[in-house]
Design a protein around this ligand. Structure first.
Ligand SMILES: [Zn+2]
Length: 115
């Protein structure tokens, strides 16, 4: 009986994993970006510019896209975050969440296989 229950459990976990994979596949098509947007205020360097008076007068904010894995890559986005970038980052976040969920299922499956 116990082994039967385990089979049922395994099957339902596998179904969940399959469902997650399907969702990830459909999100991948939307050209996801994995990273974040950071912003910065800058000093232009001109002596007579207001920004020379201190941080309070710096220009900006200017937005930059930083990509995983180390976020070192920076792409200048300008004064506004383009909607398309925002959308693609959101898709990337959704995929990361799904992958996290999938890892949990995979771990519990491994746990069951140890029984
Ligand atoms: Zn300036």
């Amino acid at each position: 009986m116990i082994s039967n229950n385990i089979v049922v459990l395994k099957t339902s976990i596998l179904d969940n994993i399959q469902e997650i994979d399907k969702q990830i596949d459909s999100l991948i098509i939307e050209n996801p970006l994995f990273g974040l947007v950071s912003m910065k205020h800058i000093k232009c360097g001109k002596k007579n510019c207001k920004c020379a008076q201190g941080e309070k007068f710096y220009h900006g904010p200017y937005y930059y896209l930083r990509l995983e894995p180390d976020y070192k890559y920076r792409k200048y986005l300008g004064k506004k975050i383009p909607g398309s970038i925002q959308d693609r980052l959101e898709v990337g976040n959704k995929i990361k969440e799904l992958e996290k969920k999938k890892r949990k299922f995979t771990d519990s499956l491994r746990g069951l296989e140890g029984i």
